[in-house]
Ligand binder design. Structure first.
Ligand code: HEC
Length: 135
């Protein structure tokens, strides 16, 4: 009996530790790189992973990610970048999968184009870009 209880407590503790670790890991930290701009660092990421669905006449959510102006303008519902504040920018929650609504996770987990989620390094670079003013 006592041993069973001990096993249960140990199991519960390890689950809690794992959950806490996941929460911390969810949003990668901003990259330490300085001088990050849309043109030099960010456009290539968006071109590869977002522009297929977010450009042209049929841009999803009317979000145009092929120009800096388009990204800053945001979707039909509003801005996705808060310059200087990556932690509260919707685009980061979207690509890091921390929005409650899984439909907002981008790129969509299942997409015919086979576009993969952004890597932690890419998300960190986008964070650094936003924190440095989204220029
Ligand atoms: C395979 C197509 C596809 C790709 C690739 C894609 N998106 Fe989307 N995106 C969509 C669709 C579909 C919607 C939903 C449109 C709607 O609801 O009107 C959407 C909506 C959004 C929204 C608004 C979500 C909301 O809940 O308001 C944001 C922000 C967004 N995308 C960002 C991105 C970013 C950033 C990338 C690249 C990292 C990306 N998307 C890649 C298809 C795509």
């Amino acid at each position: 009996m006592k041993i069973n209880n001990l096993i249960l407590v140990t199991l519960a503790a390890s689950f809690i530790t794992a959950a806490a670790a996941r929460a911390e890991d969810t949003v990668p930290p901003a990259a330490s790189k300085t001088g990050v701009t849309y043109a030099t660092d960010i456009k290539a990421i968006f071109d590869a992973s977002c522009v297929k669905c977010h450009s042209g006449d049929k841009a999803k959510a009317r979000l145009h990610m092929d120009t800096l102006a388009g990204v800053l303008k945001g979707t039909k519902e509003g801005k996705i970048v808060t310059a200087g504040d990556s932690a509260n920018s919707f685009i980061i929650k979207s690509v890091a999968h921390t929005t409650k609504d899984h439909d907002s996770w981008m790129p969509p987990l299942k997409n015919k184009a086979g576009i993969k989620p952004l890597t932690p390094d890419q998300i960190g670079l986008i964070r650094a870009w936003i924190d440095q003013g989204a220029k």
